[in-house]
Write a protein that binds this ligand. Sequence first.
Ligand code: TXA
Ligand code: MG
Length: 369
Amino acid sequence: MSSSRKARILSPDPEGIAEAVRHLRAGQVVGMPTETVYGLAGNALDPSALSLIFSTKERPTFDPLIVHVAGLERKDRLAQLESLHLVDATSFSRKGRERVNLLMEKFWPGPLTLVLPKAPAVPDLATSGLPSVGIRMPSHPVAQALLEASGLPLAAPSANRFGRISPTSPEDVMEELGDRIDLILDGGHCEVGVESTVIQCQPDGELLLLRPGGTSAREIEQITGEALATVSKPESLVSPGMLESHYAPGKSLYLLPGPVPQLNIGKMQVFEPALGNLPPASTLAVLLMSGDAKAAEEKLAALTGLPIIAKSLSRSGDTGEAARNLFSFLRELDHSHAAVIFAEPCLEERGLGHAISDRLRRASFRQKR
Ligand code: TXA
Ligand code: MG
């Protein structure tokens, strides 16, 4: 990994795709846009490409990768994944098989990862030695073009250094990994902005929510007519990648005790120890879920006596817009001259709100210990 090497951002035209395909076929890794976040893609069936993914990201090998696929046109997509030697669902009941096919039919291509028993051809490195593999069919046209043209299943974790904020633009990937990879395909800013929802599919048809994300858990429940099971602690045993401290900006992030309009001096006193340790006149960054950034800046400046930079994820309170902006605004505040970041809690627990509060909780974890 030479630090002088600098990645190129490729336009996703046929030439760019062809160059990325040559790279992937040669066992190299490529920055790939998806509708959720950018991934660091490599041939899922090639252990040396997989090991390059882990080393490039500095990711511990106990954190399994998601395998991306395209071109599943058969009605029985589960059978097609079996014939591609990615999945072995022989232990599945009829109900289990039907349910998996139903989810794939309704939510693929899109931000849903299904964890299924793996076939022997999938290297253990991809799954961190687990007997299951996470599979997803992305909807981003550039990801689909790359998958189609390469003819390979592509393992792709988010294209950030381990434990850091996921990238949602080619420039973010450049910032995270530009010194370590050659190519980043330009797919613009990611539409969804948070990672896929991860569901473990059990042989009897039971579904377990491992990670809230771009597909709403409620919509899945509506389709199946059954409540999703959730992981009781410690979740890291079921889904090893779900470490508590994740998605963390470099600066400390504190969750505010409520929306800014409801804050008063008493509530801000919780932060006395943290604020007291800052150099005098430090600037505070504030990430708002909704509303007007200027009004919040004035109110918080009055409450804390400190300069404030606020950014609002969605003025109108649209959760989709908030999710789309979440990681890029966090990254921006992380780069600002502010000393620490405060974030409003996300009170909308449905749909993408669930994913937003999950990511904020993980980003703020270090301060809670
Ligand atoms: O939206 C996404 O899912 C993005 C884009 C690039 O597709 N990818 C992504 O990958 O978020 P990553 O590596 O950052 O997160 C993958 C997570 C793992 O950390 C783990 O929690 C879960 O998916 N996972 C993958 N395979 C699993 C398995 N066999 N069993 C349980 N959990 C698994
Ligand atoms: Mg990640």
